[in-house]
Design a protein around this ligand. Structure first.
Ligand code: PHE
Length: 472
């Protein structure tokens, strides 16, 4: 028997779930280190520009496409044009690829919750080495990742309203509370002002083309755009919801958490004279170091910080899993539980490779490509697939869907106002694709082994295009 398609229980629940998807490692782990390595405030200003132009318009577009069709990524594209099925398939593939490394970092965050209170912070000089030793250990990270995945799987298996929505309604407000606690401590440290100045005093001397691209790429990743995630979440929305409004709220929440994470981290980093440009290790090395210098409250604050990180990651990886699960339910008519089991098995295999690629398999990169599984999944999605997915969506909106249909969807059949419709439509149709093309191309160009990775990306696109023929 076919299961009845679910809906979000309430507007609040949907917003928490969509913001939960957007707010994740991208905000608390990636945003601060990108800001730190790209000159702070100037990067942030450019990032905000990207988020509130391209990000907001693509988010609105994804909600519209999802709710109009009432189907997840593949079905949504297919219901408008069979020729576009591949764009949905590409989204599902991106979901798989992100799922192949995201839970690894989620597992680290889980481990650090416990390490925070079990002696990690006792010896500040050992914090950096401890991280390196931990992530390259063949067994330890896998155990933590397993624990993190179990939570993930349970939430998605419980379905939309009593799984994802319920978890997000509890976890998202908790995340804000935890961040505020850390901020209060951080900004009251002597010397914290330098960190705030780093974040908010514009200094454009560090800006180059690279800054701009880093900001655009980060906007896509952080808002969960370009892979059908917000199409899928939009498909569970009731017809009376105001889509442009919801998109604006979700985008603002995502941005606020990124900024709050910056305000939590940088004042403390500056107060203790650490390097703001420490890179990807910022959250797992510099932040614990900060806590190690705080005396008795250190372990407690550190526990709170990593719990916040884990919670943020969890509501995002739940959405990644849901993109694939929803596809199997909608298109393959599977039962939710079976879809979750199949997807999880593949996810676990990919993650094991991703985790081992940072340790015992570090000296055995993938032939020709020259990178490990973790980096491959990360680069392919962040640098290529999300941008291509966003570009395809913008073109699809502008040149395939009917303008009239979009207007009806975004104004709930004319019952609510969307004053900026023309602006949104023309921006999405003409400006966004060009800007996104710039990100995608320079993303590919800036990669380590350009030719090999490019071929790999093109190969996957071709495979997915062929694969999609099956649905015709
Ligand atoms: N937006 C999430 C983050 O910031 C990552 C993500 C990307 C989740 C794409 C779902 C889809 O961490």
């Amino acid at each position: 028997m076919e299961e009845k398609r679910e809906n979000w229980g309430s507007k609040f629940g949907f917003i928490m779930a969509a913001a939960g998807s957007a707010v994740g490692l991208g905000n608390i782990w990636r945003f601060p280190y990108l800001a730190g390595t790209n000159g702070g405030s100037a990067f942030i200003i450019i990032y905000l520009g990207c988020v509130f132009t391209i990000g907001l318009s693509i988010m609105t577009a994804e909600f519209a496409v999802g709710r109009k069709s009432g189907l997840s990524a593949v079905g949504a594209y297919m219901s408008v044009s069979k020729n576009w099925t591949f764009a949905g398939v590409l989204g599902v593939l991106s979901g798989f690829l992100i799922m192949g490394f995201y839970p690894v970092v989620g597992g680290w965050a889980t481990a650090y919750m416990f390490k925070s209170v079990t002696g990690l912070l006792k010896d500040a000089s050992a914090v950096g080495d401890a991280f390196g030793a931990f992530i390259s250990n063949p067994v330890q990270p896998l155990i933590w990742m397993g624990l993190y995945m179990v939570l993930n799987i349970i939430i998605v298996a419980r379905g939309i309203s009593s799984g994802i929505e319920l978890a997000s309604k509890v976890l998202m407000p908790a995340l804000y509370v935890m961040l505020f606690i850390i901020i209060v401590r951080s900004v009251t440290l002597p010397g914290a002002g330098a960190g705030l100045a780093f974040l908010f005093k514009p200094d454009f001397s560090m800006v180059t083309g690279k800054t701009f691209l880093a900001a655009l790429g980060q906007a896509f990743f952080s808002l969960s755009l370009g892979m059908g995630c917000m199409i899928t979440y939009g498909s569970y929305l009731k017809k009376d919801q105001n889509l442009p409004n919801n998109a604006a709220i979700v985008v603002s929440m995502d941005t606020s958490v990124a900024l709050l994470a910056g305000i939590a981290i940088f004042p403390a980093v500056f107060a203790f004279g650490l390097d703001p440009g420490a890179g990807p290790g910022l959250v797992f090395v510099s932040v614990p170091l900060v806590f190690a210098h705080m005396g008795a409250v250190g372990p407690i604050l550190s526990f709170i910080f990593f719990t916040a990180l884990m919670v943020a990651a969890l509501t995002s990886s739940v959405s990644l899993l849901e993109v694939v699960v929803a596809y199997l339910i909608d298109q393959r008519k599977m039962k939710r539980v079976n879809a979750v089991i199949i997807t999880s098995v593949i996810m676990i295999i990919m993650c094991v490779f991703a985790s081992l690629s940072l340790g015992v398999m570090a000296d055995k990169p993938i032939p020709i490509l020259g990178v490990g599984a973790f980096d491959l999944f990360d680069i392919l999605t962040d640098k290529i697939f999300l941008a291509i997915g966003g570009l395809l969506l913008a073109v699809f909106i502008g040149f395939v869907m009917k303008k009239e249909d979009l207007k009806k969807e975004l104004t709930n059949e004319g019952t609510i106002k969307f004053g900026a419709f023309e602006l949104w439509y023309n921006f999405t149709k003409f400006v966004a694709p060009v800007l996104i093309a710039i990100i995608a191309i320079s993303g590919i160009i800036s990669m380590k082994d350009k030719v090999a990775l490019m071929l790999f990306g093109v190969g996957i696109i071709v495979v997915s295009a062929l694969f999609s023929k099956k649905f015709k």
